[in-house]
Design a protein around this ligand. Structure first.
Ligand code: CA
Length: 231
């Protein structure tokens, strides 16, 4: 099935060029010159990816990104930011607001299509069955809170499963201990951050060969690095 990509960009020549290149690469596209009509369209349709310009006349791209990622109905849609700004702060802020990647203008359209492909490949991990296939040997069933390794069900506690669910949701993204705790218990935090380390240790023991996929980023927290393709 053709993947649907929303493109939001007020410079019409860029909008048309990006749309044309993506269509040539086999994607279906829908073009918007403003952010608000795009947000409106999201109420009735969920695209596979949104390419979002940072500087838009009606709503800042950052704000649009925040609204998309802050809504449970749209939070899983990957966002690729287009930015003319070169400041590292903007990129970091964009990624913090939940953008999946960014491309700096002027960009090479081949590069853009390659980025789109990479993001969509990552996103296709999550299937309609609410199951995540990390690899042929390792998968998670989010409906039943079960994990399977080499065809066997592994005995994870609910907490361990939820940590794994959070980390694998955005591979490569570093979650702080405090963010992990928020995900587990919301604001009802009676546990200390050190608890996260204990759960992570137990989780690593159970997922055997995949234990190295959970990476400790010193002073920050944890992230999930998926195994290389083909392994
Ligand atoms: Ca613009």
């Amino acid at each position: 099935m053709q993947k649907l990509i929303y493109i939001v960009e007020d410079e019409t020549d860029i909008l048309e060029l990006v749309s044309m290149k993506l269509q040539a690469a086999g994607y279906e596209t829908k073009c918007f010159e403003r952010a608000l009509p795009m947000l409106k369209a999201l109420e009735t349709e969920v695209p596979d990816l949104i390419i979002l310009d940072l500087m838009l006349p009606d709503l800042d791209g950052m704000e649009a990104c925040k609204r998309i990622k802050g809504n449970p109905a749209t939070e899983n849609i990957p966002i690729l930011m287009l930015t003319a700004r070169v400041g590292i702060e903007d990129r970091v802020l964009g990624l913090e607001l939940g953008a999946d990647d960014y491309v700096t203008k002027p960009f090479d359209s081949k590069e853009l299509v390659a980025r789109v492909r990479a993001i969509l490949r990552r996103a296709s991990w999550e299937t309609a069955k609410n199951e995540l296939k990390i690899s042929e040997d390792f998968r998670l069933d989010f409906n039943r809170y079960e994990a399977f390794l080499y065809g066997r069900r592994i005995d994870l506690t609910l907490t361990e499963f939820k940590i794994l669910q959070l980390l694998t949701k955005r591979p490569g993204w570093v979650y702080s201990r405090s963010q992990i705790l928020d995900h587990l218990w919301g604001n009802d935090k009676i546990v200390i951050e050190r608890t996260v380390d204990v759960h992570i240790k137990n989780l690593r023991d159970k997922i055997e060969d995949y234990s190295t996929s959970i990476v400790n980023v010193r002073g920050v927290g944890y992230k999930f690095e998926p195994p290389e393709e083909g392994e």
